[in-house]
Design a protein around this ligand. Structure first.
Ligand code: F6P
Length: 341
C-alpha cells in the first residue's frame, strides 16, 4: 500500500487545504494507502515533525484558507546535513515519496532534491500565477477576486471625493494579479513589472480619465519599477536574500498628485489577497491537482509536477517550473492598454 508524505511550502495560498484533502481521499480510497503530513513545509521534513493525515483532519477543509499543515520558507537543501535529514524523515516514516506543494522557490528545492535521488512530486501553488509549466496555479483566481472586490470599493470613494485611487497588488515580479483585476474593474491604468511605462504615461492616463469625469483608478503591481528602473524595496530582504516588495503605491501617489493636481490616495492590499476562503474555481483546481499528484506518485513519476494545460491536468518536469517566471507578453499587455486612460 503506498504511503506518501505531503507538505505545503512558501507563502500560504487559498486552495492548499483542498489539495491536502483531495490527496488524502485519493490515496486512501483509490490505492488503499496513507498520507503523512509534514508540519511547516520543508522545516518539518528536516525536523521530522509529522502528523498522520486522517479523515477528521481533512473533513470540511476544502473551503478553508491557509494550510492545516502550516508552512515556512525553509530551504531543505541548505545546511551541511540537510540531505541526510531529508532521507531520515522519509525512512523513519516509511514513505514511498513526498508530494511538495509550493511556488517557484519550493519547487526549485524539490527539483534539487529529486536530482539527489529523493522521490518527489510537485504541486504548483501561487497567487502570483507566475509559474512556468502550468497555465494557472490555484490561489490566483481568489487573489484576483479579492483585488477586484477591493477596487470596486475604491472606485466609489474615488467618485465621491473626486480622487485618483491607486491600488497596489501583490505578484512579485509579475503582473498577473494586477492585469486581471485591473481589466475586471475597468482600471484606467495597470502598471506591471513586465512592461514598465513612464510616469508621464501614467499622468496622461490619469488626466484622460479625469477629463471624462471618471474617478481615475490606477492598479500597480508591487514589482513595478518607476522611471529609475529600480523596483521599490524599502523593507530589505527576507532570510533567503529575496527582496521584500511592497510600497510602490504610496511612493507613486504623491508623484501623481503633484503632476495632475488630483488628490491621490494609495491602498496596499497586501496579505488580504492571500487569506480566507478560496473561490470555487481554486477549490476545484486544487482538488484536481491533489488527486493527480497522488496518481503521479503512485506511478513513480518522480521529479514531475502536476499542471494545468487548457482544461486538462497534465504532468510536467519540475525543471519546467523553475529558473524563470511566466511573463505577460507585450501583445497581451498592449491589448489591455488600449482600454487605459
Ligand atoms: O508569492 C506570493 C506572495 O504573496 C507575493 O505576491 C509577495 O511578494 C510575497 O508572497 C510576500 O511574502 P511574505 O508573506 O513572506 O511577505
Amino acid at each position: 500500500m503506498p504511503r506518501f508524505g505531503i507538505l505545503t511550502s512558501g507563502g500560504d495560498c487559498p486552495g492548499l487545504n483542498a489539495v491536502i484533502r483531495s490527496a488524502y481521499i485519493r490515496v486512501t480510497r483509490e490505492y488503499g494507502g496513507s498520507l503523512v503530513g509534514f508540519r511547516n513545509g520543508w522545516r518539518g521534513v528536516l525536523d521530522n515533525d509529522v502528523v498522520e493525515v486522517t479523515e477528521d483532519m481533512t473533513r470540511g477543509v476544502a473551503g478553508q484558507g491557509g494550510t492545516i499543515l502550516g508552512t515556512s520558507r525553509t530551504n531543505p537543501t541548505e545546511g551541511e546535513d540537510a540531505l541526510e535529514r531529508v532521507w531520515h524523515a522519509i525512512e523513519a516514516n516509511d514513505l514511498d515519496g513526498v508530494i511538495a506543494i509550493g511556488g517557484e522557490g519550493s519547487l526549485s528545492a524539490a527539483h534539487a532534491l529529486s536530482c539527489a535521488g529523493i522521490k518527489v512530486v510537485g504541486v504548483p501553488k501561487t497567487i502570483d500565477n507566475d509559474l512556468n509549466g502550468t497555465d494557472y496555479s490555484f490561489g490566483f483566481d481568489t487573489a484576483v477576486q479579492i483585488a477586484t472586490d477591493a477596487m470596486d470599493r475604491l472606485l466609489t470613494t474615488g467618485a465621491s471625493h473626486g480622487r485618483c485611487m491607486i491600488a497596489e497588488v501583490m505578484g512579485r515580479n509579475s503582473g498577473w494579479i494586477a492585469l486581471h483585476s485591473g481589466i475586471a474593474t475597468g482600471a484606467h491604468a495597470v502598471l506591471i513589472p513586465e512592461h514598465p511605462v513612464s510616469l508621464d504615461q501614467v499622468v496622461e492616463w490619469v488626466e484622460s480619465a479625469r477629463d471624462r469625469n471618471q474617478p481615475p483608478l490606477v492598479v500597480v503591481a508591487e514589482g513595478f519599477p518607476l522611471d529609475d528602473g529600480e523596483v521599490y524595496n524599502p523593507r530589505g530582504a527576507e532570510a533567503s536574500g529575496r527582496p521584500r516588495l511592497g510600497g510602490i503605491g504610496e511612493r507613486l501617489a504623491p508623484l501623481v498628485e503633484a503632476r495632475t493636481g488630483i488628490e491621490t490616495r494609495a491602498t496596499t492590499l497586501g496579505h488580504i489577497q492571500r487569506g480566507g476562503t478560496p473561490t470555487a474555481y481554486d477549490r476545484v483546481l486544487a482538488a484536481r491537482f491533489g488527486a493527480a499528484a497522488v496518481d503521479a506518485a503512485a506511478s513513480a513519476q518522480w521529479g514531475q509536477m502536476v499542471a494545468l494545460a487548457g482544461e486538462q491536468i497534465v504532468r510536467a518536469d519540475l525543471v519546467d517550473a523553475i529558473g524563470s517566471v511566466k511573463r505577460i507578453t507585450a501583445e497581451r499587455y498592449g491589448r489591455a492598454a488600449v482600454c487605459f486612460g
